[in-house]
Design a protein around this ligand. Structure first.
Ligand code: TRP
Length: 460
């Protein structure tokens, strides 16, 4: 975490004070283990927080459409740290989501000097190849490039109207020296996150963005911008129920019944308000209290759960009458796995992590050298037992290699009781990681030459 309590999305410094992050950024931290079919990352508390995930869970329960948007930086080799987002994506895909994957080639150009052609090659041969091997289903996955999707760039430009340099200074710490390509990168990411809602890319539906918490500044920015574009604000009332309030803006004066002099034309206003009332009545509410003059519509009996349905109704109405009708993105956040040396995982320090195509030999060496939670002598270890919270091999079993909860729990019990030595846990990790890496390599082989199945038409 950088100065001023900021998270710098471009730094490899990964704050791990999750409790503070949840509070400081207003994330929700409900028990994700109680989800329908929780995946491994949820069951084990690895996904620790979210924004509006209940909206997405509602879609799962009703079999309503929803999408996932994820992104990759096409630089360096793919390692275990990167696979965590894909584990989340795969889980959402199994629950019915369509998947968009952005190759952040413009961002890599702006922030790392990676050329577009090099970015393309790395994205496909390194990342998409491994995503395929990790089990993403190509039928509902679309990989695209920031540099070749005009809709994304156009959104980046137009939504840029809703923010300014001071806000970027506050969020990202940008200053007068900041390269302008770097300034554009977050706006392109806003475009990435918003664009699946456009009619050409699947239309209005919730979009969830699974990320490491370092990406949260972009999500806050996107949610804030989306909300600023909304013509109708949907809020919970203190007294219970939901209020819809018109948001009069430069671009919608005519539709809101406001004349250039600021006078409200009650006929236009009444017509608009009764269209909203009709939309809400469609949902089955009969007690709807409109107040045209103040531009609000109250639905006293609506619950929190109804709020989303009302929101969807007014967003599609907004689209019909010329607005963008954007839903703020939902998001989920996973913990970072510790680096093998106790440092952060980083592609530039190969000893800190396991790469998707590491040889068994290299992996074995890394696990053997990894920080352990064992006691200094065998006698002490048998007496006091090992500490799983410090033991990298155990944590890698927990995060990546051991799918079976019972088997994992047995390792934990035996390690903590002193029955298993640190070296034993490392050997278990090496065996499991060997299976995992060999399986992945075999699957990569099966996808050789077929990766275009994952690419969107504008990416070929
Ligand atoms: N900024 C992300 C990274 O550094 C890449 C990215 C671009 C992204 N657009 C995105 C991630 C949209 C999630 C959603 O890795």
């Amino acid at each position: 975490m950088g100065s001023a309590g900021r998270i710098d999305p471009w730094s490899s410094d990964q704050s791990t004070d999750y409790g503070r992050i949840v509070k400081q950024f207003g994330l929700s931290s409900v028990d994700l283990g109680s989800l329908p079919n929780p995946g491994m990352l949820h069951r084990r508390g690895i996904v620790f927080a979210h924004r509006d995930l209940d909206v997405v869970v509602g879609c799962m329960n009703r079999s309503d459409p929803f999408g996932v948007l994820t992104g990759l930086m096409p630089s360096g080799r793919m390692h275990l740290g990167h696979s965590m987002v894909i584990d989340q994506v795969r889980w959402f895909q199994e629950q019915g989501a369509d998947i968009s994957v952005t190759v952040a080639d413009l961002e890599a150009l702006a922030t790392r000097g990676t050329s577009l052609s090099k970015g393309r090659e790395t994205a496909i041969n390194e990342y998409v190849h491994n995503y395929a091997a990790l089990g993403l289903d190509p039928d509902s996955t679309n990989v695209y490039f920031q540099s070749s999707r005009p809709s994304v760039q156009s959104l980046a430009f137009t939504l840029g109207k809703r923010t300014n340099l001071s806000e970027f200074e506050a969020i990202y710490g940008f200053n007068g020296e900041t390269n302008l390509a770097h300034v554009q990168a977050p706006l392109v990411q806003v475009g990435d996150i918003i664009h699946p809602q456009l009619e050409d890319f699947g239309g209005l539906r919730p979009i969830v963005v699974p990320v490491g918490v370092d990406q949260d500044p972009h999500l806050r920015l996107t949610r804030d911008i989306a909300q600023k574009t909304n013509w109708f604000n949907v809020k919970s009332r203190k007294a219970g129920g939901v209020t819809v309030a018109l948001s009069v803006q430069d671009g919608n004066l005519h539709e809101m019944g406001v004349s250039p002099t600021g006078r409200v034309d009650m006929q236009t206003r009444d017509r608009l308000v009764s269209r909203i009332v009709n939309e809400i009545a469609d949902l089955g509410f009969s007690d709807i209290k409109p107040n045209s003059k103040h531009g609000i519509i109250e639905i006293p009996a609506a619950t929190i759960d109804d709020r989303h349905r009302i929101k969807m109704k007014v967003l599609s109405l907004e689209r019909e009458i010329g607005g963008m009708g954007l839903l703020p993105p939902c998001s989920t956040y996973h913990r970072f796995a510790v680096g093998m040396t106790g440092d952060k995982m980083s592609s530039s320090k190969p000893e800190t992590t396991i790469f998707m195509d590491d040889s068994i030999d290299d992996m074995t060496k890394k696990v053997k050298r990894a920080i352990s939670g064992g006691q200094p002598t065998v006698e002490e270890h048998r007496r006091h037992g090992g500490d799983v919270t410090k033991d990298v091999a155990f944590q890698y079993l927990q995060f990546f290699f051991e799918e079976d909860d019972k088997a994992l729990e047995e390792v934990k019990i035996d390690y903590e009781s002193g029955k298993l030595l640190a070296g034993d846990v490392k050997q278990i990790c090496i065996d499991k990681a060997t299976e995992w890496l060999e399986d992945l390599q075999e699957k990569r082989g099966q996808w050789e030459g077929r990766l275009s199945e994952f690419l969107a038409p504008d990416a070929i």
